[in-house]
Design a protein around this ligand. Sequence first.
Ligand code: SF4
Ligand code: SF4
Ligand code: FES
Length: 364
Amino acid sequence: MAYSRAKVSEFVIIDGNEISFEPGETLLEAAKRADVEIPTLCYDPRLTPAGACRMCLVEVEGSRLMQPACSFKAAPGQVVRTQTARVQRNREFILSLHLADTIHDRDVMEDNNPSHVHELAERYGTAGDWTTLAKQRAGRPDDVNKFISFRPDRCILCSLCTRYCDQVEAVSAITLAGRGAHTTITTADARSLTDTTCELCGGCVDVCPTGAMTEKAALEYGKPERELDKVRTTCNFCGVGCQIDLNVDTEANQVVKVTSPPPGTTVNDGNLCVKGRFANDFIHHEDRLTVPLVRDPGGGLREATWDEALDRTVRGLQAAAAKHGNDALAFISSSRCTGEENYLMQKMARAAFGTHNIHQCAAT
Ligand code: SF4
Ligand code: SF4
Ligand code: FES
């Protein structure tokens, strides 16, 4: 008889408290579950850790060097300290290094996306007056793709964008290239994203902690994300039901851009496709129908009230059913409608008109 081996919880001691962990977990994962805050810049639960930013260094007893909590595996009996003066000094030092060759002013840095570096610098402090270093990373000014811009002066080389592109989107359209201060994010031969395997999912923009990867249209609109209101809704481009946040300029009653809720909180786990993330200009498009249209006897379309349009629809359907029978009618719904709207459509076909002739594009 075969027995499966049950997972056995082990314990680490973090800041004096015994915290359980499952074999294989990192110090960060164990700490998170116990609500111990360890700041990170290059960590994402969907990606293999890179240990690139060094923001998460903690003291581990018996280890001369501090260790990155995001990639260092927890071990039974390990004694870890996350709040010592040495750990704090490292956080200030790392943040100062990142700010030295990016942009110091938070308002300038956050002209569109929020900056996690500046948020942490305000929370943990920096090492005092640091000099500014020349920014030597090259960009791709000729990238003519319509949606995404890379701004090298904001990049901290955390490699979240390249790992996301490789491990989640599985296309590896962008990569780290160059050495030392010249290291940058680029594509093969620095081509435009549209001339690579890029699927314009926008995941690189979403994971970027600094706004180095940014949405072109929202940047052009000119209002930072922190001044927009987020409205959670369901994407209506297909039947998957991804949750999206409309970022709305309430003063202008304008949807400026779409962002995805954080990983682990909704069905799409922080991911979106090109349509969900970028195809939102239909919302305010001048061609969009905002009132019903009905046909004149002459065949032309004219604007009508909802009462008139619905009355015309019902009379037309009833007349056709009376003349040719209920199964002469067919109802076609759309995956762009909500589940509730699709339910009502089939209910109307079956219960009101007595036909099973009901279909929807996502069913094919
Ligand atoms: S948009 Fe998506 S596919 Fe294109 S580079 Fe960014 S992460 Fe990769
Ligand atoms: S572009 Fe953003 S996500 Fe990519 S390495 Fe630079 S800072 Fe990190
Ligand atoms: S979060 Fe651990 S090294 Fe970046």
